[in-house]
Ligand binder design. Structure first.
Ligand code: UDP
Ligand code: MG
Length: 317
């Protein structure tokens, strides 16, 4: 028997409490990939779901074992760890990431592949007609602005997970072993010929977004601190400005008191307290920022295992 052709495509899907979406996802995704008539695999990572997601994935694995692989985490490690675990195991030449909630229609995958085959090693999707809350859209606008100003990553829509990568980009990500890293941005920095395509966006088919406001803040803080030292530098500049302002203020107060002989009763105390509080708050922001970098360094130095796999359902290649 001749050995089978190499796997062309690996589709990577993180799954966290998606029992209501999985049946429809299976129903739409497999036909799209079957129609490509090229060898493919789909890797689902069950990110510690508390619902029946894993049972559904197991059933799907039993139905299509030749193209389905399931990584089962023992607990919830977050979307990016779930994607990383799959990246470490992909067999395909091209890797596509996709959300399980059908916000990115699987029917758009061929569009990404076409772009990849025209010679790009990274194809980012950006959402046409974005179907998210007004708050999420404005938050994204703000974040995009900050990212553009602080890093040199060009990305129309960093929140869109429908993306395609050539294998070497994924290998570079895995080798970098980064913790909590924003995968699309990291991939972008490793690519040599990036491109973007517009993809349709749909409302979450069922369930609610797994991202709370707090998690979004964390993710974006991660993005900025993970790719640039701009926050530290901006802070230093800001602190210098504040120091200069405080000095000037003290000068003005002294001037009023001793040259014009004003403010005899109230001179000093209250104003200096105000200045002091302000400076203390500036110092605290700075300590927090430094803490962020120190924390990241600590995580990398400690090199703790980032996730724990309970079980993998797959057939040998
Ligand atoms: N997800 C995950 N682990 C988590 C949170 C989310 O694997 O801790 C998965 C989730 O199942 C979905 C994708 O990541 O496939 C995107 O999540 P979600 O739809 O909640 O994010 P949003 O679309 O609101 O950005
Ligand atoms: Mg979603």
């Amino acid at each position: 028997m001749s050995s089978p052709s190499p796997i062309f495509l690996s589709v990577v899907i993180p799954v966290y409490n998606e029992e209501a979406n999985l049946p429809l996802l299976f129903g739409r995704l497999y036909p799209v990939l079957d129609a490509l008539s090229r060898r493919y695999e789909i890797i689902f990572t069950n990110d510690g779901s508390g619902d029946r997601s894993f049972e559904l994935l197991r059933t799907q694995y039993t139905a299509r074992p030749e193209v389905t692989r399931v990584i089962d985490f023992n607990a919830n490690y977050g979307q990016h760890m779930a994607v990383m675990a799959a990246f470490e195991r992909v067999r395909g030449e091209v890797i596509v990431t996709l959300d399980a909630d059908l916000q990115n229609p699987p029917e758009e995958i061929p569009k990404l592949l076409e772009k990849i085959e025209s010679g790009h090693d990274y194809v980012g999707g950006y959402r046409l007609n974005r179907q998210d809350s007004v708050f999420r859209r404005w938050a994204s606008k703000l974040i995009n602005f900050v990212r553009r100003k602080t890093t040199n990553i060009e990305m129309t829509d960093q929140g869109c997970m429908l993306r395609a990568y050539r294998r070497p980009v994924i290998e570079a990500i895995v080798r970098s072993g980064a913790i909590n890293t924003f995968i699309p941005a990291l991939a972008y920095s490793f690519s040599s010929h990036p491109a973007e395509v517009g993809v349709k966006h749909e409302e979450r088919h069922a369930g609610v977004s797994n991202y709370s406001f707090y998690q979004l803040v964390r993710l974006n803080f991660d993005l900025i601190t993970g790719f640039s030292l701009a926050p530290l530098q901006a802070f230093t500049l800001f602190a210098m400005g504040c120091a200069a302002g405080s000095m000037a203020l003290v000068g003005v107060l002294l001037w009023r008191r001793f040259v014009f002989n004003l403010d005899r009763e109230t001179f000093g105390v209250f104003t200096l307290f105000a200045v002091l509080f302000f400076l203390i708050s500036v110092a605290m922001v700075g300590i927090g920022l430094i803490g962020e970098y120190v924390g990241r360094t600590y995580q990398v130095v400690r090199a703790r295992q980032r996730y724990f796999v309970r079980e993998i359902l797959e057939t040998k290649e």
